[in-house]
Design a protein around this ligand. Sequence first.
Ligand SMILES: Nc1ncnc2c1ncn2[C@@H]1O[C@H](COP(=O)(O)OP(=O)(O)OP(=O)(O)O)[C@@H](O)[C@H]1O
Length: 323
Amino acid sequence: MIEAVGLTKRYGRTVAVDNLSFTVKPGRVTGFLGPNGAGKSTTMRMILGLDRPDAGRVLIDGRPYRELDRPLRTVGALLDAKWVHPNRSARAHLQWLAKSNALPARRVDEVLELVGLSGVAGRRAGGFSLGMAQRLGIAAALLGDPEILLFDEPVNGLDPEGILWIRQFMRRLAAEGRTVFVSSHLLSEMALTAEDLVVVGRGRLIAQCSTAEFVDNASESSVRVRSPQLDRLRTALLHKGFTVHTEPTAEGNALVVSAATSDQVGEIAAAQGVVLHELSPQRGSLEEAFMQLTSDSVQYRTDVSPVAGDGAAQNDRLVPAGK
Ligand SMILES: Nc1ncnc2c1ncn2[C@@H]1O[C@H](COP(=O)(O)OP(=O)(O)OP(=O)(O)O)[C@@H](O)[C@H]1O
C-alpha cells in the first residue's frame, strides 16, 4: 500500500507536485496518468526517497522509504531502463545489484527467467533492444521480490509485442497480490492495463477512482440511432429537449443523441411508432475523458497560429496553457 498525503514539491518557482493525496492498493494495477510535466516522475521519486517533499508525506506500508529496513525487499522500481552499465552483461548487472543490496545470488537467475532473458543473460546489456532493456529493468526491480512495484512509463517506445508482454506481466504481478503503480501518458494503454487510476494535472489530483468510473463520470454518454423515419424521430427527440446531430454512415444517416440513454431514445421512438434499425449506446473513450478533465491542467499545449509575414501558413508552437 502506498499513501501520499498533501505531497508537495517545488523546483524554484515551479510547483511540480501540489498538495497531492492518493492511495494505491495491493492486488491491483493502478495507473498514474497525467499530461507531460504533470509531476508523475517527481511523485515517483518522492515515493522512493530520491527527492524530499517540501510538504506532506508519502508512506509505504505505513513508513517513509528512508525508514524501511530492507527497501529493495519492500519496493522495486523501474524509473529509467537505460540505467545500466553498457559493457556489463545482463547477468553481471543483476549480480552487482544483488550483491550491493545483500540479496541472494540465486535470485539473479530466477528474475532472468521471470522476464524471459535467461537465453541472453551473458550478452552485453548495452547491445539490448529497448524491449530487452525494459525487461532487464523489470528484472532488477523484482530482485528483492518486493510487494510494491513502481514503473515509470514502462511501455514508452516498445513494439506491440513488448507492450503486450509488459501489460500481461503487470497484471500477473497484481494477481499475486502485489501493489503495482505504473505511470503512463498512454491512456488507451492504461484502459487495458489498469483497474484503478490516479489522474494528475499540474501536480494536482484530478481524479482517483476505478478506470471504468473515470470514463463513465468524465465522458458524456450518447446514443446512436438509425431509422427509416429519421426526421420524425429527430423532431420527437428535439421536442423532448435532447441535443441531436446527424452522422453520415455507410448505411445512411444516423442520429447521435447527446446525454441520453438507449432506454430514453427507444421509448420516445416507440411512443411515435418509429421503426428502429439501430439503437446503440456510445461510451466515451478514456482519451476523451482524460482530455476533458485535464484540459485546464496541461502545462503546454499545441497552438495553431499564423506565422508572421505569411498569413496563410500555420505553425505549431508550444504556449503555456491558459494563455
Ligand atoms: N530537477 C528538476 N528541476 C527543475 N524542475 C523540475 C525538475 N524535475 C521536474 N521539474 C519540473 O517539475 C514539473 C513536473 O515534472 P515531472 O517530470 O515530474 O512530470 P511528469 O508528469 O513526469 O512529466 P513527463 O510525462 O513529461 O515525464 C515540470 O514542470 C518539470 O519541468
